[in-house]
Each structure stands twice: as C-alpha cells, then as structure tokens.
Design a protein around this ligand. Structure first.
Ligand SMILES: [Zn+2]
Length: 131
C-alpha cells in the first residue's frame, strides 16, 4: 500500500475523532505485514490522558487484539481545522518501539508533504529494561 493511500485512510478515520476538549483531531491508519489496516482516533476525557487515548495507541491495541505480530507503517494526520505536522507523543513512541520496532511513521509536514521516519529515528537512545 502506498503512503498516500494510508494517509487518505488516516484522514478518513480522523473524521471520527472524539477530541471534544482540545478540538485537535487525530486519525491514524496502521498497516500490518498481513495486509490489514487498523485505524485509530484520539479520544479525550476531562482529565487529559488519564481516561482517553491517543489514536496511535488505539490502532496498535486493536491490531494486537487481532493477533497481528508485524507492523509495517502507520500514517498519522492531525490538526484543529487544517492539518498540521503531527508526530507520535512519547508514550506512543515507546509503545511502538516495544511492539513495532521496525515500523515506519508516515506524517505530513506543515506544507502537506509526506514525511517518513523510522521509530528508531524518532526515539533514539530508547529506554530499555534490563532484567
Ligand atoms: Zn500518543
């Protein structure tokens, strides 16, 4: 699947964002190696980030629930009215590193150009548990 197609699916998902407080709507589309796409939206609550969830984590959890093991790329779009550069927050980056270490992150810059980064580029020197 082309990056443009995945961005289009993320834009479509974004329409269902439940960003009732910030009004910053985020939509994502996650492509797995099996060819399935899982979408996600941000869901907000009055205590930001306590009960709500980011679009990226929602999509990844949905994929994990469906026994997906390998993740190829995730497209992310966000903004209030117009789309602005939107990359994953730190919590989502850490989750991606744990469950999707080879994933590519596809996002738009402020000029609507498609950008591609690996999770290791977005989260270098990652936290790692040593047991
Ligand atoms: Zn996040």
């Amino acid at each position: 699947m082309k990056n443009e197609e995945l961005i289009a699916l993320a834009k479509n998902a974004r329409q269902n964002s439940k960003s009732i407080y910030s009004k910053f709507k985020v939509g994502v589309a996650l492509l797995t190696k099996s060819g399935n796409v899982y979408t996600g939206i941000n869901i907000e609550d009055p205590q930001f980030l306590i009960l709500g969830i980011c679009a990226e984590r929602l999509a990844i959890y949905k994929a994990i629930e469906s026994n997906e093991k390998e993740f190829l790329k995730i497209a992310i779009v966000g903004g209030v009215d117009k789309l602005v550069k939107t990359t994953p927050c730190g919590i989502c980056r850490q989750l991606m590193l744990m469950f999707c270490p080879n994933i590519e992150i596809i996002y738009l810059d402020n000029n609507q150009n498609i950008c591609v980064k690996t999770i290791k580029e977005l989260l270098p020197e990652e936290y790692e548990e040593k047991f």
